[in-house]
Design a protein around this ligand. Structure first.
Ligand code: SIN
Length: 528
């Protein structure tokens, strides 16, 4: 009798769901059970909130070599060129696959796909569903997940550790340890293959476009288990998050808005990107974010303006309904009012090192999506290449998974401790998290200096000394679980940045002479 292949997917966003669907589709009569473990609903994932779209060379006038060239140019030579070619080449096929599943993408009057333009792209090549592309892709994948009986979703599972067995070359990942967020029970789940698809770590910084759950769980667990990382120094700041003055998750104003004609101007009316880069407002993100940061320092303002006047009120409302609603909530009418925007942490370009099939350095462990680093992005990510990656690499990972030898049945899940959840968050955790995000924002943000990076490391060391003893006392609040993971990722990003002696991509080391005049505190960036 053949064994059932047991697969655990940690994270229920687009990369995780896509993998599960692809694996089930390739089962061909073989026995399979996939459990997707999720700490929150998919509506709270970065995938769901993705506005822009999927970059893909969809027409004859836009050969895929041009998409490859733009990806390499934005990544400033730190990409894996083979992975770039492979992922970009599969773009049109994954778009056709999604359309086959029922995804609706915007079309022009002639019925051709409407392609938006975003930063770093020399052509319009972003396939999108108005400004809610993530939501649309989640919709079709979620339906497929529901329709496939071998895929089950286990909610409220906060995975805290990877389980491995064996030593040296024989060491492999055999499951995960999770806390059930409803009961507080600690549960061990076993499998032949474990997939991390946990998303990014935007919560390392005071302002982020990421949802609250972006705490770097997968990267942190992988690092604790000894998995290799890659490109951790590179954190992308999106140039245009809506400024509200409140820290935490901030609303995104998609780059497609600039692609449609909006322009960045300083509070004194000066065009921010004039003379900065030949691509102007659609330069690669690290260039635009840095120019905005410089303008904020120059003027002392906490934001610059995005002028959507060239788009007009009606067209803006039709093409960007989600962003229009976001602006309306703060009393702004895009097309009429200037929108206050600032850079905010958006995407972790680095992550757990994988090959082009999503395999990490630990056998039995895969990483997909933002927690992984396949080499596609390099030192900065080309806009809308992340959804592309989340659609392409999981498909390849699913093919490879079927080569896994499952010599014995995986043990059943078991509860190993009861009610470990602390009902009240320990006050020190809140203060420590604020201190960490402040240090990361000041010293490991858009502009970095060696002594700033060293000072951030001292803060990380100090917080670890205060907080880890609370962890070892084994009363765990969700806030403590988040902070423990954020600390691991913060250390990894900061140490990687200290190992980058020259500026490249999102890693910008300040010249000895600072910008025109210093300022006390800049949201989303650092000056000292
Ligand atoms: C955007 O719409 O500007 C974000 C898209 C992305 O990060 O790829």
């Amino acid at each position: 009798m053949s064994l059932t292949l047991e697969v655990l997917v940690v994270g229920g966003g687009i990369a995780g769901m896509n993998y599960a669907v692809q694996l089930a589709d390739k089962a061909g009569g073989r026995k399979l059970r996939i459990r997707i473990l999720s700490k929150a609903t998919v509506h709270e994932s970065s995938s769901f909130h993705a506005q822009g779209g999927v970059a893909a060379a969809m027409c004859a006038e836009d050969p895929f070599e041009d998409h490859v060239r733009d990806t390499l140019a934005v990544g400033e030579g730190r990409n894996d060129a083979d992975v770039v070619r492979l992922v970009v080449k599969e773009g049109p096929a994954v778009i056709r696959g999604l359309i086959g599943l029922g995804a609706h993408f915007d079309r022009d009057r002639g019925g051709a796909l409407h392609l938006a333009r975003e930063g770093g792209h020399r052509a319009a090549r972003v396939v999108h569903h108005r400004d809610r592309t993530g939501e649309e892709i989640v919709r079709v994948l979620q339906q497929r997940v529901r329709d496939i009986p071998v895929i089950g979703t286990v909610m409220d599972q906060r995975v805290i550790e990877l389980l491995t067995e064996g030593e040296g070359a024989y060491r492999r990942c055999i499951g995960v340890r999770a806390v059930d967020l409803r009961t507080g029970d600690v549960v061990e789940h076993f499998a032949h293959v474990v997939i991390l698809a946990t998303g990014g770590a935007g919560r390392l910084f005071e302002h982020t476009t990421n949802p609250a759950g972006a705490t770097g769980d997968g990267v942190a667990m992988g690092i604790r288990a000894g998995a290799l990382t890659r490109d951790m120094a590179f954190v992308q700041f999106h140039p245009t998050a809506l400024f509200t003055g409140v820290p935490g998750t901030v609303g995104l104003v998609s780059e497609a808005v600039r692609g449609a004609g909006a322009r960045l101007i300083g509070i004194t009316g000066r065009p921010v990107m004039a003379g900065v880069h030949p691509m102007g407002d659609l330069a690669p993100r690290h260039i635009v974010a840095r120019a905005i940061h410089r303008e904020m320092v120059r003027t002392g303002a906490r934001y610059v303006h995005l002028d959507a006047g060239p788009i007009g009120i009606e067209r803006f409302r039709a093409e960007f309904p989600g962003i229009a609603a976001l602006c309306r909530d703060t009393g702004l009418l895009p097309g009429r009012d200037l929108l206050p925007v600032m850079p905010a942490a958006h995407y972790l370009c680095g992550g757990l090192r994988t090959d082009s099939h999503g395999r990490t350095s630990i056998p039995g462990l895969y990483a997909l999506g933002e927690c992984a680093c396949s080499g596609l992005h390099g030192a900065d990510r080309l806009a809308s290449n992340s959804l592309l990656e989340a659609l392409v690499i999981p498909r390849r990972a699913a093919e490879t998974t079927w080569e896994t030898r499952a010599p014995a049945a995986a043990p059943a899940s078991q509860v190993i401790a009861r009610d470990r959840l602390a009902k009240r968050p320990v006050e020190i955790v809140g203060r420590a998290t604020a201190a960490l995000t402040h240090a990361m924002t000041m010293h490991v943000g858009i502009v970095r200096k060696t002594e700033g990076l060293e000072s951030a490391l001292r803060v990380i060391n100090c917080i670890e000394r205060q907080v880890l003893p609370i962890w070892h006392r084994r009363r765990w609040s969700p806030a403590l679980m988040d902070l423990r993971d954020l600390l691991v990722v913060a250390r990894s990003v900061t140490e990687a940045a200290l190992h980058e002696p020259v500026s490249v991509g999102t890693h910008f080391l300040e010249e000895p002479e600072p910008y025109d005049r210093p300022m006390a505190h800049i949201p989303g960036g650092s000056i000292n």
